[in-house]
Design a protein around this ligand. Structure first.
Ligand SMILES: *[C@@H]1O[C@H](CO)[C@@H](O)[C@H](O)[C@H]1NC(C)=O
Ligand SMILES: *[C@@H]1O[C@H](CO)[C@@H](O)[C@H](O)[C@H]1NC(C)=O
Length: 320
């Protein structure tokens, strides 16, 4: 039960992670009693969210923030170790005029081509978030009738050097390898580009074996776009963290119907529960609507610091 991804199917699971402190007898039970009933174990299991994979992928999403092309090309940067070590980058795209960066390469341990997009380089996240608030749905997404997106998001991927370089990079790997899947990732604005890229690869290049994991991405289109995206790229995990402001933007207006921005499935919401001096993080796999009212939408989006950290990894440009 619960694995039917059909309309309205609600399937949730929850994974508890002990963040601080140590395991003591009875701690598990004590914690259980604090977790609201709807979060409790024993509900239908979900196969989509693979936490181990997410821990790898968040490292790739962090590495694309590295500013030193040589350290990226040789995969020797400070963030090019640990879970991502051994990655072979084949294409590094630096679009200086638009302040964009992405890479393509092969992760043998994941048996995958990894494509990662960098988030915004705005000096003030606060200003950037305020600007996101007012973005209009002003472009018909080509190929999906009635699907609308914001032209700025669309252009960042389709109307810069990114699209051609990424597609060329992927095709040239696939020309010599047929044993690799594709993983697409990005944080923040990079998450928006990652999803537009995955949709492009699915719709225009027929790529099927694709996983998408984004971190703290904004909404990018209306509900028709969200449904169209989900139909073509179902293996998508859209991670949100506690009060991260960006997934709340541009705003979702229930009463606007087709005219409002609408997230696609499947959100995985990381939320925190404070127990005395200990803080626990839980991950909740949300429903197939894309706008689960019990996930990030159940809290206010007012935090930049929650935006900059996912699964213990800091996602921002740092000096090497
Ligand atoms: C989750 O991902 C890891 C890393 O790619 C993989 O080794 C593992 O088999 C996956 N688990 C499932 C249940 O697919
Ligand atoms: C793409 O870029 C061109 C040239 O900068 C511009 O004229 C066009 O309006 C852009 N398209 C979109 C969808 O933004």
């Amino acid at each position: 039960m619960g694995l039917a991804l059909g309309l309205g199917a609600i399937w949730k699971s929850i994974i508890a992670v002990l963040l601080v402190g140590f395991r003591s007898p009875g701690a598990e039970e004590a914690l259980q009693s604090l977790v609201p009933q709807r979060f409790s174990h024993g509900q239908s299991r979900d196969c989509l969210y693979n936490r181990t994979l997410a821990l790898y992928v968040v490292e790739y999403a962090a590495a694309v923030y590295v500013d030193d092309p040589a350290a990226l090309m040789s995969w020797t940067c400070s963030r090019c170790q640990g879970l991502t070590s051994g990655f072979q980058i084949t294409e590094l795209i630096v679009d200086v005029p638009h302040c964009l960066q992405a890479y393509v390469g092969v992760a043998e341990d994941l048996k995958a081509i990894v494509i990662a997009f960098r988030g915004t380089q705005e000096t003030s996240y606060q200003n950037w978030a305020e600007d996101l608030y007012f973005r209009q749905l002003d472009l018909n997404y080509p190929g999906i009738e009635d699907a609308m997106v914001h032209s700025g998001f669309y252009s960042a991927y389709h109307n810069t050097t990114l699209r051609d370089s990424v597609v060329r990079g992927v095709l040239s790997i696939l020309a010599r390898r047929n044993d690799l899947g594709i993983i697409v990732t990005g944080h923040s604005m990079g998450g928006a580009m990652a999803t537009l890229c995955a949709l492009d690869l699915a719709a225009n290049f027929g790529m099927i074996d694709m996983k998408v994991i984004t971190f703290g991405q904004p909404r990018i289109g209306n509900s028709v776009f969200a449904a169209g995206y989900y139909a073509l790229v179902p293996n998508t995990v859209r991670m949100t963290h506690a009060h991260d402001i960006v997934p709340h933007l541009p705003p979702y207006y229930t009463l606007l119907g087709e005219k409002t921005y609408h997230h696609f499935a499947t959100e995985v919401w990381i939320f925190k529960i404070q127990v005395g001096r200990l803080q626990y993080e839980f991950e909740q796999v949300c429903d197939s609507s894309g706008e689960d009212p019990e996930c990030s939408r159940s809290v206010t989006g007012n935090s930049i610091s929650d935006h900059l950290q996912y699964l213990g990894v800091y996602l921002k440009t740092v000096d090497e």
